[in-house]
Design a protein around this ligand. Structure first.
Ligand code: NAP
Length: 530
């Protein structure tokens, strides 16, 4: 008999809830977490300025009506320390600590077909067997540092934002180089600029950013909001993004230009990416409509940044707005008006090498005391590929995914029985309110395991035909939008050599949930139960 019913890999939002939900269903569960604390992405990404770009009222668990009433968020967009406090509160409140083993990285998981169980090995040399494996490793956990020639010769310290020293970093008086201008770079840059003698921002691709308009949560608004939290959560579950937003419901191309500008400006002033991009129905599917919104955003950069040449360099033109994750910031563009900040275009003059005293580009040399990489992640599949996962016949997951990650419903991979992936490739995951999508997956997995038990089955495995059909659908939906036009981490373009496959499911959180529920109601259609 297996040591455990379920091993959960990771203790971020997904792993924490998986432990709670599966234990509440009467299963024996153990979670392994590589970090010295829980929180996953919110544990590791403790760089200054780290803040969620989904509002706190949405980016929080909905499974417990008591929890959502008890907890009070201090800000509209929660900063990383507050999200981490929240998760620690949840683990304590629901008595989860005894079932979470910290400082323990899962290094291998192998399926034993004879015994119908997984053997999970950890970096302390121990192994456990479990009937089920729930991979709650996060979509953005496998960070990447570019292989720059000479990096090992750099005399100063260098940091990746996703492995920021927990004690913090004092940049006072230093010349700092920042590589990476995605969501993370845009958040960390103003914080570094506030301390450093000089900040050089090395930009390869300019990015769009909308204001947060972050503010303290008003207690009377909170009371009013919480009075109807349940029905709000229901709306969120049925919505497209996992956050109820009010768009105009009309295409931009059918709207008089002056009305579009007025409407976009209202949303710009209110702050937040989802309501802004969701203003019109055609922005993410029609290039002409997209161009209108993109130009509106470029105009905001031009009116914020006083040096016209710098402003033009900051204006994104390489991809449709929204096709890469839209960044959010209240102070990034204005930062370039500071005398101690320089924007360096490494698209036209790429970084050629690092030397002891700094960084060389094709046309210049920059003397630096410290280097910061905000260069992103091997997203969605990276963390799973780094575990030695072997399924039926000992086939490695890396081999199955050699041409790109794939799964049925974004939760189960053919050839890997009794292994579930929370927010895996082919699910709304990063294109949704992650917390809500995590809850949906965990509850579906819990119910599936319970169904197997009550119907006398011991294994569940996705059929290859169901996986093929689902991934074809994921691709078809993606290619009906503008998303594939960007070289984004959504398609793996940020990782040299990674196959270009669009893996997030863009069909909408509500319809996706309905499909998953239909599959379950039909006795787990598309799966082999044994
Ligand atoms: P990212 O979006 O992948 O951005 C990485 C940045 O590094 C890009 O500017 C990229 O340039 C640059 N880069 C990568 N390799 C490079 C190289 N070899 N040379 C020069 N530049 C290089 O990563 P991220 O900013 O960490 O964000 C990842 C995701 O995490 C976000 O999209 C978002 O979903 C999430 N996130 C959310 C928040 C939030 O909630 N507010 C905050 C941070 C992150 P190119 O564009 O040219 O590739």
């Amino acid at each position: 008999m297996a040591d455990l019913d379920v091993v959960v890999v990771g203790a971020g939002f997904a792993g924490i809830y998986a432990v709670h939900a599966l234990r509440s269903a009467g299963l024996t569960v153990r979670a392994f977490e590589a970090g010295s604390g829980i929180g996953g992405t919110w544990f590791w990404n403790c760089y200054p300025g780290a803040r969620c770009d989904v509002e706190s009222k949405d980016y929080s668990y909905s499974f417990s009506p008591e929890l959502e009433q008890e907890w009070s968020w201090s800000e509209r967009y929660p900063a990383q320390p507050e999200v981490l406090r929240y998760l620690n509160h949840v683990a304590g409140r629901f008595g989860l600590w005894p079932y979470i083993q910290l400082n323990t990285r899962v290094t291998a998981a192998e399926w034993d077909g004879e015994r119908s169980e997984w053997t999970v090995t950890t970096d302390d040399g121990a192994s456990r067997t479990a009937r089920f494996c729930v991979m709650a490793v996060g979509c953005l956990s496998a960070y990447q540092v570019p292989s720059l020639p000479g990096l090992e010769t750099f005399a100063g310290p260098w940091y990746h934002t996703s492995r920021w020293p927990r004690e913090g970093v004092d940049f006072t008086g230093q010349r700092v180089g920042l590589i990476g201008t995605g969501s993370t770079g845009i958040q960390v840059a103003p914080e570094i600029a506030a301390a450093a003698a000089h900040l050089y921002v090395f930009q390869r691709t300019a990015n769009f950013a909308v204001p947060n308009r972050n503010r303290a949560v008003d207690p009377s608004w909170e009371r009013e909001f919480k009075a109807d939290y349940r029905s709000y959560r229901k709306q969120a579950q049925e919505s497209f993004l996992g956050v109820p937003i009010t768009g105009t419901g009309r295409p931009a191309l059918a709207e008089p230009p002056a009305d579009i500008q007025r409407n976009l400006m209202e949303r710009w002033r209110a702050g937040g990416g989802m309501p802004f991009l969701g203003a019109y129905t055609d922005v993410l599917v029609d290039r002409a409509a997209n161009d209108i919104v993109a130009e509106f955003m470029r105009d905001r950069i031009r009116e914020t940044v006083s040096d016209a040449a710098v402003a033009e360099l900051l204006c994104p033109t390489a991809y449709p707005v929204g096709a890469k994750r839209l960044c959010q910031s209240d102070d990034y563009f204005a930062m370039f008006n500071l005398p101690n900040v320089t924007l360096v275009d490494i698209r036209s003059a790429p970084v050629s090498s690092v030397y002891a005293g700094g960084l060389r580009t094709a046309d210049s040399v920059y003397e630096l005391d410290a280097l910061v990489f905000a260069t992103g992640f091997d997203a969605i599949s990276g963390a799973l590929n780094r575990i030695g996962i072997r399924g039926v016949g000992g086939v490695p997951l890396t081999e199955k995914w050699a041409a790109g990650p794939r799964s049925y419903l974004g939760m189960a991979a053919a050839g890997f029985p009794n292994m579930f992936i929370v927010t895996g490739p082919g699910s709304p995951s990063v294109f949704s309110n992650m917390v809500l999508s995590i809850e949906q997956h965990v509850e579906w997995i819990r119910d599936c395991v319970a169904y197997l038990g009550s119907h006398g089955y011991s294994t569940v495995e996705a059929k290859p035909s169901a996986e093929d059909a689902w991934m074809a659908h994921v691709t078809e939906v993606a290619y009906s939008t503008l998303f594939p036009l960007a070289d984004s981490w959504y398609v793996g373009a940020n990782i040299p050599g990674k196959p270009r496959v669009f893996t997030p499911y863009l069909g909408g959180v509500g319809p996706y949930r309905a499909r998953c529920d239909e599959v379950a109601a039909a006795g787990y259609e598309g799966f082999v139960l044994d």
